[in-house]
Write a protein that binds this ligand. Structure first.
Ligand code: ADP
Ligand code: MG
Length: 280
């Protein structure tokens, strides 16, 4: 059966304060396990991310990137220190912090449309309001035609666009992204990166984006934070002063090359240190 055509009323975006989406990570450590098996995944990390900034965290696999992001999302509680967003301590997930996972974590038994409408419904919006939001965000990620499909009927890139639409439908002040394009082929990835930058510009939200790909980090970010191998710590904080909007041609830009080289040399130094430590 086809959906009845619902009359779409425009949905007012809540007015955003200039200070919204400011993330403060203060002296955060995360330990997993007990006794001999104890593992320090994140160590004494201090970090402030300003409202509207696009920050990439770059680091090798297993260094604690997801753990750190999850403390901001509220899925992991720090064993020491605290995380605040706009001055409020994070203790659990919340709609003002949208999350996009590496694995497309859509509800497989719900249509694309219902996957996006689900969050607003949970937040207490009426059926009509939730439908209007789903339509708005489906069109934003270019998937209006696929509203009635199920996630399994979409490509990886499309599923991830639904994931982004779903996170945005709650009008979050912070978008947390954990290697969201890691599983995509490179052409789709480039397209998704550009799409994300235009969404970020339109919404003015804070983005904290995790990747292990140097080019992805330098292309997207205002600021790249380098994380060391375990115990995870921020060992570099590079600003990326390249004009926006950015297009894939910036890979020939002098500043781009310089920043990319700086990242690579920091990563190399850090890998050597880790290698030598393993060999004493
Ligand atoms: P990354 O995202 O950088 O690949 P993670 O944050 O996922 O790294 O993991 C950092 C370290 O913490 C790894 O050694 C991982 O095995 C460990 N770890 C992550 N989550 C848990 C957990 N829930 N319980 C125990 N160890 C964990
Ligand atoms: Mg991870």
């Amino acid at each position: 059966m086809m959906h009845d055509v619902v009359e779409i009323k425009p949905v007012e975006e809540p007015a955003r304060k200039k200070t919204q989406g400011r993330i403060q990570i203060s002296d955060v450590s995360v330990k997993f396990g007990k006794g001999e098996k104890q593992h320090l995944a994140v160590s004494n990390t201090n970090l402030t991310i300003e409202s509207g900034e696009f920050v990439c965290i770059l680091g090798p696999s297993g260094c604690g990137k997801s753990t750190l992001l999850n403390t901001v999302a509220g899925y992991v509680q720090p064993t020491q220190g605290k995380v605040t967003v706009d001055g409020e301590r994070v203790t659990k997930p919340g709609p003002e912090r949208g999350m996009v996972f590496q694995q497309y974590s859509l509800l497989p038994w719900k249509s694309v449309f219902d996957n996006i409408a689900f969050g607003p419904r949970m937040a207490g919006k009426s059926k009509d309001e939730a439908s209007a939001l789903a339509n708005t965000f489906l069109s934003l990620v270019g998937l209006t035609k696929f509203a009635n499909r199920f996630p399994s009927e979409l490509s990886g890139g499309m599923q991830q666009r639904v994931g982004i639409a779903r996170a945005l439908a709650n009008y979050p002040s912070v978008l947390l992204m954990d290697e969201p394009f890691g599983a995509l082929d490179s052409q789709t990835r480039f397209m998704m990166q550009e799409n994300l930058l235009s969404i970020w510009k339109e919404f003015g939200i804070t983005v904290l984006f995790i990747t292990h790909d140097v080019d992805e980090a330098v292309f997207l970010a205002d600021r790249v934070l380098l994380m060391s191998a375990s115990p995870g710590q921020i060992i570099g904080d590079l600003s990326i002063p390249i004009d926006r909007p950015r297009s894939p041609e910036i890979i020939a830009d002098k500043t781009y090359i310089e920043k990319r080289t700086q990242c690579l040399s920091l990563i190399r130094k850090e890998s050597l240190r880790a290698f030598e430590e393993q060999n004493v």
